[in-house]
Design a protein around this ligand. Sequence first.
Ligand SMILES: *Cc1c(COP(=O)(O)O)cnc(C)c1O
Length: 374
Amino acid sequence: MQQIRMVDLQAQYKRLQPEVDKAMADVVDQTAFINGTDVKTFQNNLEDYLKVKHVIPCANGTDALQVALMALGLKEGDEVITSTFTFIATVEVIALLKLKPVLVDVDLNTFMLIPEQVEAAISENTRAIIPVHLFGQGADMNRLMEIAEKHQLKVVEDTAQAIGSNYQYNNQVQKLGTIGDIGCTSFFPSKNLGCFGDGGACFTNNDELAAQMRMIVNHGSQKKYYHKVIGINSRLDTLQAAILNVKLKELDDFNNRRRKAADFYDGAFKDHNDIQVPARTQECLHTFHQYTLRVKDGRRDDLQAYLKEKGIPSMVYYPVALHQQEAFEHFIKKTPNLPNAEQLCKEVLSLPMHTELTNEQLNYITDAILAFFE
Ligand SMILES: *Cc1c(COP(=O)(O)O)cnc(C)c1O
């Protein structure tokens, strides 16, 4: 049996190697490293794939979130509501822009923001909500968009872990990231659509926000050496765009492969008393960036150690909720307590999840986990 990896980028590369290598060689041959034609082609391809009017490529997913918030023109002290159970980048950019992160609890089964608690956290200073589509699952966009409209708030979707997920919004199926005012994603190598380094993008159907974001990623400039606003330098390398053009064609296949592995795990663990499989909602076709179990009765760490002995990697996403991070001690607006997120930090365990898992590997993993609880 092939060694089991948490994410198997090597096996995926081997499968796509001829096309990817050619795409990279062409860029090198033309030495078109910055703003080469592949960047624009990728922008167009991703717009078509997501059925969104504008894609603004940038250097990474964290920049995408920062650029989105900069484009909304928020003022120091404005409040932005988001999840306390997410990767740090979501909250980091809020704090960096001198905005106030307001962290809200998540549902124990879906890991998504609880809309009622979002609404309860709204104050006169609230300007935006960032739903995080964690692990490939969709936040409750129907309710969250209603709340945002009612209170005139902007919505920036953190789609770094859910690119390609379909979501039933009202009566229409849309890609996650194209429902709110702006969607953001990351092309970090291990993401569902990953390049060979850093990369990211913002998407929007709003012409003005798109123009603003294009300016911000380009030093605040539309015309060279004329600067309208304070921007940053955030570009997607041509090499990365060329790789992404090859891999975007495979994204639906990648996500189907992930879902198949998740189906296998579900089949083995569905009615188990000691572990809970990740919830799937009616609205969202989950793309399983992670397959995350909840392990009950304080046995998570023991299970992880046992799996390690058997040569099975696993990860805890995330061990500490963001409202408990030292870095944010003075930077977040305190909400009384966020018990679900704190409980999840003790219970979650993500299993190997990627596009190259074989049935033999999946059998080995599920057998080992079932044996642990016997
Ligand atoms: C990966 C990730 C980001 C940041 O993306 P980078 O490309 O690593 O900067 C932001 N939010 C979430 C939820 C992520 O998983």
